[in-house]
Write a protein that binds this ligand. Structure first.
Ligand code: GAP
Length: 444
């Protein structure tokens, strides 16, 4: 059933233009995805809402947009070149390779092949280290290659700019630096649609604090980010949970980490991690770059490396969770209705406008006038390519909260029909008050 839900969602995303396979024209490139016209709208809204909440409306966090390709020494310092590895084991029978931490372990050294159920002896088939970094070279000529890497997290651009930002903003602790952008990992385990991609978007904050205040701010960010998914993204509380990492699960840089997990159709999986990264990154970048990245506390007259609390979220996973959570199927008069109950703030369009009769030029003219009057104020869509029932169903499926239909009566009574996506109730409203009424409804 849940597997079925996943395939329905993937099919909807493909069919309606939310998401397409990457390089599809040439047979596709596994684990790369493109956002179509509707997906690009919702994805941008997620990023804008996050940016507005954490950068524009707070004075303790500043924004950054740093380069994707970075010097190899950045990742020597961060530990990614040494430690950002998956361990792969090969099945002696089917020859497929799997991440050892993702397959069933049956005894101290034995695992079960998820493909052909063979027992794999890890002593005979030794797991091999596989680094997830994507390398490129940025040389000016082919004779002098210069290795550089595509960042595996946006965080490193924040740490390498810590001093620049401190010098220009004169911020006092606690303060944060936020960044939204691409990250790249040569993931081994892929599949499950956009859950694990090789190119994806992150929304990260590195929140710098006094070491003694790290626990307090860690708790604060876990709660703030958990509430964000419920209150702002509209995800049901019953589909979210917090999960604290055990010590042996922690990343090489973290002292504590809590994942916010979503109940995806394939099971509970990570949406975001909130970590206490201690002073690991600033200390390491100081050592490797030989630049002093300490902070001077004027009150206490002391110098120290700030601790970092990092709420690190994936845009694509947030998008995926939002769509899964909004997806509903219901029976309406013996027919299946698919409706995306997206929060209006996240729906690709807020309103769709239709003429009931596309051959009646007066109706079409009035419908288009309403559309052009509001389209730069509210995300709006005009459609006259099918019968009204079909037009409504199409908008339900992409989550448009309101539809407006112009009919013959509209020409005389100066009213149009407003239909609500969730209740399917219809009401007549004054043509001159369309924008005002939509805004009132959005507020409530
Ligand atoms: N800076 C810390 C960091 O990158 P992470 O847990 O590896 O931590 C943070 O990644 C978030 O980025 C994840 O919770 C997830 O939402 C997203 N993410 C990580 N790898 C991803 C992938 N391969 N595809 C899509 N999203 C991914």
């Amino acid at each position: 059933m849940e597997k079925d839900k996943l395939s329905q969602i993937v099919s909807l995303c493909r069919r309606r233009g939310f998401i397409f396979g990457g390089s599809e024209l040439y047979g596709g490139l596994s684990s790369f995805w493109d956002y179509g016209p509707l997906g690009a709208r919702t994805k941008k809204k997620i990023k804008d809402i996050w940016w507005h909440r954490y950068v524009l409306s707070r004075d303790d966090i500043v924004g950054l947009d740093s380069a994707i390709i970075m010097h190899s020494l950045v990742f020597v310092a961060s530990g990614h070149l040494e430690g950002f590895n998956d361990y792969l084991i090969e099945c002696p029978k089917c020859k497929k390779r799997f991440r050892i931490d993702k397959i069933e372990k049956v005894s101290r050294n034995e695992y079960i092949c998820p493909e052909c159920a063979t027992t794999i002896d890890a002593l005979k088939n030794k797991p091999k280290k596989f680094n997830l970094m994507l390398k490129t070279n940025v040389s000016a000529s082919e004779d002098s290659p210069f290795d550089a890497y595509l960042r595996p997290e946006t965080a490193q651009g924040i740490f390498t700019n810590f001093l620049n930002i401190l010098n220009v903003t004169h911020k006092k602790l606690p303060f944060g630096i936020a960044q939204i952008g691409k990250a790249f990992r040569n993931e081994v385990t892929t599949g499950s649609f956009i859950f694990r991609m090789k190119e994806f978007d992150q929304m990260e904050i590195e929140y710098f604090v006094k070491p003694g205040e790290a626990d307090k701010f860690y708790e604060y960010w876990v709660e703030e980010r958990y509430r964000f998914y419920i209150d702002i993204m509209g995800i049901k509380k019953s589909n979210l949970r917090k999960r604290e990492h055990s010590k042996d699960e922690l990343a090489h840089y973290a002292r504590a980490c809590t994942d916010i997990e979503y109940n995806f159709p394939f099971g509970w999986s990570e949406l975001e991690g909130i970590a206490n990264r201690t002073d690991y990154d600033l200390r390491r970048h100081s050592q490797v770059s030989k630049k002093d990245l300490t902070y001077f506390d004027e009150e206490a007259k002391t110098r120290f490396f700030p601790y970092v609390i990092e709420p690190s979220s994936g845009v694509d996973r947030t998008f995926f969770a939002v769509i899964c959570d909004a997806y509903h199927e219901e029976d309406v008069k013996g027919r299946k209705r698919v409706v995306l109950r997206l929060k209006p703030e996240l729906a690709p369009y807020t309103v769709a406008i239709f003429p009931l009769l596309k051959k009646n030029s007066e109706i079409v003219e009035l419908a288009k006038k309403i559309f052009y009057d509001i389209k730069d104020k509210i995300p709006a869509f005009y459609d006259d390519t099918a019968a009204i029932g079909k037009l409504y169903r199409r908008q339900d499926e992409i989550g448009t909260p309101f539809c407006i239909t112009v009919d013959v009566d509209s020409l005389t009574d100066k009213k149009v029909t407003l239909r609500n996506r969730d209740t399917m109730e219809q009401e007549r409203i004054d043509t001159s008050r369309v924008l005002e009424i939509l805004r009132e409804k959005l507020k409530s």
